[in-house]
Every structure is written in C-alpha cells, then in structure tokens.
Ligand binder design. Structure first.
Ligand SMILES: [Zn+2]
Length: 233
C-alpha cells in the first residue's frame, strides 16, 4: 500500500475524531451552562464551607471549656488542699475561683451557641445536598439527549482511537512528523485527494510530472500550491 494511502486513512480518522471532539466540547459547554445546576452547586459549596466553620467554632469552644474546667480543678485543689492557711490568701483564692466559674459559665454559653449553630448549619448542608441531588436528577432528564449523545460519541472516539493506532503503526516516523506538522499548519487537513488532476483543497492543477509523482507508492508528494500531501488514489 502506498504511503499516501496510509496517511490518507489516518487523515480520515483524525478528521472524524476532530469533529467528534468539537461536538463533545459543545455538549460539555451546554451541560455546564445549566443554570439550575450551577446555582445548586454554588449553594452546596457555600453551605459546606459554613458547616466546616461551625464545626471549627464548636471545637474551639469545647477546648476553651475544657481548659477552664482544668484550671478550676487546680484552684479548688489549692483551696481545699489544706496547704494554704493564711486567711488573706484563702480569700484571694476564693475570689479567683468565683471569677473562674463566672468565666466558665460564659464559655459554656458560647459552647451551647456553637452547638446550636452547628446543628443549624448541618441542617442547611443536608438540605443543600438534597436540593443538589434533585437538581442533578432534573438536569439529567432535561439533558438526557445531550448525555446520551455524549456517551455515544465517547464510545465512537474510543473505537476511532484504536483504529488510529493501528494505522499509525504502519507509517514511518518521518512521514508522521510531516503529517502532524501540516495538520497543525493547514487547519487539520494534511492529506488531500487529487481529483481531476487537481488538489481538492486549493484547486491547483498538477502538471503531468506532479500527477505521476503523486501516484508513486513509495514517496510522498506535495501540492505545489498549498504544500499538502497529495493522495492520488
Ligand atoms: Zn493544494
């Protein structure tokens, strides 16, 4: 088989893959543009963040209460341990303990508030998750056609990719490099069919010598005008 034929087959596969990928991008964009989904996702993200903040706040609050309790236990041990006998010192300890207990009551109130807040944020997060799932379900129904088309295209592209690999393996590296270079320079079309002894991409008419050369099985020939690889069938 001629080199140009292999490259032409590669070109046909690549063109199809390009077209399918373009369509996939459009489908992805349409799915991402679903405004209800976007709103539900944003709401879920926000409520998750608020939940995490509330959890942190409660942990900090619990830690403060714990520290305060330990501090009070230490002061109580000092007060009732019998080591301090001086009435002035005892009075100071009692005052300090009373102050620590008042502070503990404040911290415990804060802890309770943090618990209530956490519960509220947890409920919100649960609701956002339910809403997101409902929205996903509705979006899936709304976009069922797009999703089905996407999955069909993905399967086709997969098949084309293995077809491409098989063809690719039959082509010398130098020719592949030329092909890839031309593909990027010429809008994806590197190999072009010669129809009526003319380049079917740019319309240039081939001389008899160029036409003969384009039919050679061993070496590639190029359109004298647009430089694409010629495939003369
Ligand atoms: Zn041409």
């Amino acid at each position: 088989m001629s080199q140009a034929l292999h490259l032409h087959r590669l070109q046909l596969v690549d063109t199809q893959v390009d077209q399918f990928n373009t369509r996939l991008k459009i489908i992805q964009k349409k799915l991402a543009e679903d405004s209800a989904m976007r709103a539900a996702t944003l709401e879920k993200t926000a409520s998750d963040r608020q939940l995490a903040e509330a959890q942190l706040k409660l942990s900090q609050s619990e830690e403060s209460v714990e520290k305060q309790v330990i501090h009070i236990q230490q002061e109580e041990a000092a007060l009732y341990g019998g080591l301090v006998k001086n009435p002035k010192e005892l009075k100071d300890l009692q005052d300090e303990l009373a102050a620590l207990r008042r502070r503990l009551a404040v911290l415990e109130d804060q802890e309770l508030e943090a618990m209530v807040l956490l519960e509220e944020k947890q409920n919100q997060a649960d609701q956002s998750l339910t809403r997101l799932r409902d929205t996903q379900e509705q979006a899936a129904q709304r976009n069922a056609d797009l999703i089905a088309e996407r999955s069909k295209i993905e399967k086709t592209v997969e098949r084309l990719q293995s077809e491409r690999q098989a063809i690719y393996a039959t082509i010398p590296v130098d020719n592949l490099k030329t092909y890839e270079r031309l593909r990027s320079q010429r809008g994806g079309n590197a190999v072009i069919e010669v129809i009526d002894k003319s380049c079917s991409a740019c319309g240039a008419t081939l001389t008899p010598a160029e036409w003969q050369s384009a039919r050679s099985p061993d070496k590639l020939s190029f359109c004298p005008s647009c430089s694409r690889i010629l495939y003369a069938g």
